[in-house]
Design a protein around this ligand. Sequence first.
Ligand SMILES: [Zn+2]
Length: 397
Amino acid sequence: MVQPAAWDTDPEPLPVDSAPVPEYGTGSLADLLPTLAAGLGVPGATAGITELTPADRNCVFLIDGLGWEQLRAHPADAPFMTSLLGSSRGGTGRPITAGYPATTATSLASVGTGLPPGAHGLPGYTVRNPDTGELMNQLRWQPWTTPGAWQPYPTVFDLAHRAGVHAAQVSSPTFANTPLTKVALSGGTFHGRLSGEDRMDLAAEQLAGADRALVYTYYAEVDGAGHRFGVDSDTWRGQLAHVDRLVQRLAEQLPPRSALYVTADHGMIDVPFDEDHRIDFDEDWELKAGVALLGGEGRARHVYAVPGAHNDVLTCWREVLGEQFWVASRDEAIEAGWFGPRIDDRVYDRIGDVIAAARDDVLLIASEREPKESSMVGNHGSMTPAEQLVPLLEVRS
Ligand SMILES: [Zn+2]
């Protein structure tokens, strides 16, 4: 075998097909609500997660940012949820995959519509709006885009409501009328409550008030603590302990014939603050060459090239990022199934010409364009188990 020359020791780019693709169809967030709806007899709903036993009253509690690996690593801070894990005390808890990218707007849309990102069309934190050529932030819905045109499918709550199932969402009042709630979580009635305790109590009431129910509730602050202080920080562990008590509070109030499912929209990974781990797009002329727009987030980038430059950008990003990121062209990522088994026509051009998904504990920050996001300790977005695996815990009454 010929030894490579000394100047030829750059690591080979990661093969696109080495990325662990989400388990769309059988074990992803998008499969949860359709499975529950199918169990309730809602027409058109398919049970993708076949091991779940149908229940008349179903509640999904989504904990923002609580990945499977982080939960498993902190049993003392989360004794109740730990008791629901598969490996201990006979619980049935298991991991499912969030979907790509592992980010809140994308995952909430997957949960609510029961569709993978390639179909619901929120395939990133920020993506290009093909009609305007501008980046659109999917979480804050800026700049404004007509929600029903951006995501035209009914939610699973809509379908359940039409089928006579009581559908309700119990979350922060802040989210009552947001476009993201409209496209991802509408159908039935929205109930705003400020405190986690009130949300748990109201979710239990909503379940008890109907023979057949599909209820959703949500808690945000585990994610916030992770972004600001890191996974495993005192603040993060305090939030974990708090949400563990919330889960128990809801579990103890479940009316008969209920199933409570605790899950999350994504996990999280801490990224060290040095130049080896935080590559700055705004300071890197090689990465910037030929790029018209930088979308996504630090661990899940959509790169939109100037016309005619996408092949050059792809080659350059592969060389610069080496083995630290999976770098794919749009068609390679689609073919590998990163965004799901199908891509709607209206979604195709929202996806970057080049996609870069972090494999290591690294970030591709943009210190000038995104000063706030670039300074976060905990991050998420990519396909590593720490980000991609989320719990699916079950409590039955
Ligand atoms: Zn987050």
